[in-house]
Design a protein around this ligand. Structure first.
Ligand code: ATP
Ligand code: MG
Length: 635
């Protein structure tokens, strides 16, 4: 096995040879004529002329060897539902779904909007789209009607697939009325809405002529076979909107062949999951992690994927570990936010089940602070904790350790190194000059972007070029809009988003650095730090912290003591320059539905501005707490 350095260098120096080899991991109906066409930068076309199909590679091609092996194991602690689909079962269900879509007039290049809870039918819908060459656009279930309507108008779907309701914390969350409302708000509503009726919302109403029942249509297509539509490698497979943490979501367009190859390669080199092995990704199908690592990647390699509907702490905080033990999970993929939730529970829950099968826990989506990384590493014993950094745009990890290539040591707080094909550079945000070891800069990628990355913004090539390649005049590099350093050993440390930099009296501090310092106090569970305008210093950091034991801040004396302790901790960890001008205690931080901190909105409130677009917020009550905390100190 080549060692990491050699592997990464080859992926850049011998791009054609490297990716030609990786392309052999999937089936091609027509071989490609060239590995890369980069004649129209920054638009990259991978595996030009090659024809393939994601559904064929994820399902059909495994039938010969593993028709009776589990492909998809569905577990819901919300409804108690447990269903196991072999590759043979999955093939039958996807064919039925594809036949339904075809009957509704959906064909090659048409869009289908999927607004679904975590149920297997969502996977059938997505794979069915891939099968017939339609483009799926999955919108996270539970987004409000207005968010849904803007995404409908952007993608202009022919058909929308939804369910009567999702379930959360044991309670049904009706979806259908949101779909009706969104269709009323949208300029281009779909002709048909296909409903998977879970029987959770007895009050659901139907629109005659438009709304159709999935179970009924499925019953009339039990023996359907629908051939795969062979797509040219660069044809779009799906559209997926970014989380909207920093503003208006962008419709990321993904190709077909490049994505399949990149995911298959990532399963070998990064995630170490092969045929017959089991992966459990705790994300939602509405996010990129769900697209890539609940659905496509595990199925592309003939593995078993676990799809879980439910909370990590219900019926009790050991549920994930029970799933790992029951199903022999080898690789798990989750987020730092979820681990922080578990960190607030009794650590005994982490020890109730035999985790002998579990080798890796990958975490992505947000900075993995060192205390949380250490805590989960200690709690899980011998499991490797792998921080990996990427974006909706990239589709698969940009930075990660690659245990399938070489077991390099991991450093807590660092997602290690660039993965295959990513020519990562840190640039000075003002001059664009390339920076050396231990200097903070913008994390950029020299194009062409590797296979699997976004090929454009849906319907807006100009926005793609301007947004992502327009940061540095004279240097058309891809900006991640994240801020990072690299140490002398080549390890990267992501410090937060470029708009999350605080400038205190001329010193530039990443919000993440200060958050890490605050979290070094063992009594703090979670914290958000934002820069607030200050006439004298330019900006001052302000912290909003959640304490593990609320009793410690129940009295004014307790608050004062805790505040001082937090400030002392920051002084000690980072220096007095980074000390927050104020520390507020709350019980909840405002986050997006994908669990990311909404610093933009916190900062706006702290500066007395409007919090802006809140369509992606998880719990508006969290912003109320921020408002109340600010108001109480303003007095
Ligand atoms: P939008 O682009 O609409 O503002 P978003 O950036 O939150 O939304 P995603 O694509 O889901 O949408 O998130 C990618 C971002 O998440 C990265 O750019 C980075 O800021 C953060 N991120 C992901 N993984 C890590 C990680 N391992 N360490 C630090 N930050 C991470
Ligand atoms: Mg982003």
């Amino acid at each position: 096995m080549p060692k990491y350095r050699e592997y990464h260098q080859r992926s850049l120096a011998d791009r054609d040879g490297f990716w030609r080899e990786k392309a052999a991991l999937i089936d091609w109906q027509t071989p490609f004529s060239s590995v890369l066409d980069y004649s129209r930068p920054p638009f990259a076309r991978w595996f030009v002329g090659g024809r393939t199909n994601l559904c064929h590679n994820a399902v059909d091609r495994h039938l010969a060897a593993r028709a009776s092996q589990a492909a998809l194991v569905y577990l819901s602690t919300e409804t108690g539902d447990e269903r196991r689909f072999t590759y043979g079962d999955l093939h039958a269900e996807v064919n039925r779904f594809a036949a339904i879509l075809k009957d509704l007039g959906v064909g090659h290049g048409d869009r289908v909007l999927v607004y679904m809870p975590m149920i297997p039918e969502a996977v059938f819908a997505m794979l069915a789209c891939a099968r017939i060459g339609a483009i799926h656009s999955v919108v996270f279930g539970g987004f409000a009607a207005a968010s849904l309507a803007t995404r409908i108008d952007d993608a202009k779907p022919k058909v929308m697939v939804t369910a009567d309701a999702g379930m959360r914390g044991g309670k049904p969350v009706p979806y259908k009325h949101l779909v009706d409302e969104a269709c009323r708000l949208a300029q281009n509503p779909p002709a048909h809405v296909l409903i998977v009726d879970r029987g959770l919302d007895p009050g659901m109403t139907r629109v005659a002529g438009r709304d159709l029942d999935y179970a009924q249509l499925r019953a009339s297509h039990m023996d359907a076979t629908v051939p795969c539509e062979w797509l040219e490698s660069s044809e779009p497979s799906y559209i997926l909107y970014t989380s909207g943490t920093t503003g208006k979501p962008k419709g990321v367009q993904r190709d077909t062949g490049g994505y399949a190859v990149a995911l298959a390669a990532s399963m070998r080199d990064i995630f170490c999951v092969g045929p017959g092995e089991t992966m459990f990704t705790t994300s939602d199908i509405g996010w990129v992690v769900g697209h890539s690592y609940i659905i496509y990647a595990p199925l592309l390699v003939g593995a078993t994927t676990i799809m879980y509907e439910g909370l990590p702490i219900r019926p009790d905080p050991a549920i994930w570990w029970k799933i790992v033990a029951d199903h022999g999970v080898k690789t798990m993929f989750s987020s730092p936010t979820a681990i922080r939730v578990l960190k607030k529970q009794d650590p005994a829950y982490m020890k109730q089940h035999d985790l002998g099968s579990l080798k890796y826990l990958f975490l992505a989506g947000e900075p993995l602070d060192e205390p949380t990384a250490r805590w989960v590493s200690d709690a899980l014993g011998g499991v490797a904790i792998v921080d990996n950094y990427w974006q909706t745009e990239s589709g698969w990890p940009i930075l990660s350790s690659l245990p399938g290539v070489e077991e390099t040591p991991r450093k807590f707080g660092s997602p290690s190194f660039p993965t295959a094909g990513y020519d990562v550079r840190l640039l000075h945000d003002g001059t664009g000059a390339e920076l050396g070891a231990n200097e903070k800069g913008v994390l950029t990628i020299v194009p062409p972007l590797p296979p699997g990355c976004m090929t454009t913004v849906w319907g807006d090539d100009e926005r793609f070029v301007k947004t992502y390649f327009g940061t540095f005049a004279d240097k058309p590099v891809y900006s991640t809009f994240d801020w990072a350093t690299r140490d002398a050993d080549g390890y990267y440390f992501v410090l937060g988003r470029t708009d999350d930099v605080i400038n205190v009296a001329g010193h530039r501090l990443g919000t993440r650095e200060i958050e890490e310092a605050v979290q070094a106090h063992s009594g703090i569970a979670e914290v958000a730090v934002v820069g607030v305008h200050d006439a004298l210093k330019g900006q001052v950091p302000v912290a909003f912290a959640v304490v593990k034991d609320p009793a410690r801040v129940a009295t004014p004396e307790g608050v004062a003591r805790m505040r001082k302790e937090v400030m002392d901790t920051v002084d000690r960890e980072l220096g007095a320059i980074a000390r927050p001008g104020a520390v507020h205690f709350v019980t909840l931080l405002p986050k997006t539905r994908s669990g990311k901190l909404l610093r933009r909105s916190i900062q706006a409130l702290a500066e007395g501005r409007d919090p802006g677009d809140l369509t992606t917020i998880e719990d508006p009550g969290a912003l109320e707490q921020i408002r109340a905390a600010l108001a109480s100190t303003a007095k």
